[in-house]
Design a protein around this ligand. Sequence first.
Ligand code: HAM
Length: 429
Amino acid sequence: MSQYQSVKGTRDIFPEEAVQWKYVEDIVNTLAALYGFREIRIPLFEYTELFQRGIGSTTDIVGKEMFSFQPDPAGRSVTLRPEMTAGVMRAALQKNLFSLAPVHKLFYIGELFRKERPQAGRQRQFTQFGAELLGVSSPSAVAEVITFMMHVFDSLALRGLKLRINTLGDTDDRLRYREALRTWFSPFHDLLDEASKERLEKNPLRILDSKNPAMQELVAGAPRLYDYLKASSLDDFRKVLFYLDERNIKYEIDHRLVRGLDYYCHTAFEVTSSELGAQDAIGGGGRYDALAKELGSSVDVPASGFAVGIERLLIIMEKQGLFATLPQGVPTVYLILQHQDLADHGMHIAWQLRQAGITTEIDLASRSMKAQMREANKVKASYALFIGQSECETGQYSLKNLVTSEQTTLTLEALFHMLIAQRQSQPHF
Ligand code: HAM
């Protein structure tokens, strides 16, 4: 073992697990295309102000969890991205995308960084897939991102997920509600923890998202935002629910759901799983009509989106036994060298087979024939091709089918024809 260990809150992904990641990523890519979302890739770090303005300075993410540093002594502070939404909006505005077309549907798969206390399902480097529907503000747009997200969960056959949904109204609704919360919490000022006291001043809605159990007790009696919504905000929410009902997407209305980021308005949602323990949120999102303006845009860019934590998704899939049948990159042919003098010849054949698109494996560690055979069986190769002195001299090679144990003798040309024909009839061969 090396004296070096991975950094706390990070993980390595070895090949057996990488196929699980690829499986999930393939489904995300396929369904993104089905719903018309196109991929965007943005930098791993941005100027710190982007997140301070975008996510909100009183949130836990900005207040406690950002990895920020100054690349140049006199330069501006930058931050490893703790989420994608602010960066995606920044990129779209910078590129002036909205002068080309009013609506853009983007999706991503990428790494994020948050300085949280690592525990099961909570890392300092983690990965999300997500989507952002930019340039349109409507219940149908929110319903579209929720439907895409739930379609991914369904395609992966995840069971027992709970979609919780709420409405945060528009800016006016929240201003009135903020005042109501201030009035309600003020008599309990002495019972509030330090963070909540600060939030009472700056953004009382954040108190509702407090993880402190003592605060949660107080929150339970607080007024509900729902009771401060104007008729048009209520109609908007009902329309989102109408689309979900129509698509048979089950949800639970949760009037206390505010989410951990400040940019949301109207609909906000979160998906949880009881398989995850304390960190039970697998994904979340909502509508964020004011983010573009908050980032200094001169044009209005209403938007909605979601993000799902892939590590947490994989934990659930593992617990529910959903990986049992994943293919593990099996070679078609394993070349067995009778002795090492034939290694150059063997490697030339391997090169030719690979040029022809045939998955081929050859021992590079000068192991005995017996060890090579053992390895060919272990990696579940379909065929073993023997390379001995007489094969090289006569041009007739013996091939063993490792599934049926049948053995044949044939020329390399005949072998190539046979394998190429098989590959064409079985694309996964
Ligand atoms: P979020 O709720 O902060 O939303 O993160 C979404 C998901 O990322 C969580 O539900 C969780 O599965 C995963 N996640 C978050 N933190 C960690 C962590 N430390 N370790 C492992 N997984 C984690 C957002 O990030 C918003 N940008 C979503 C959004 C997109 N809203 C609109 N568009």
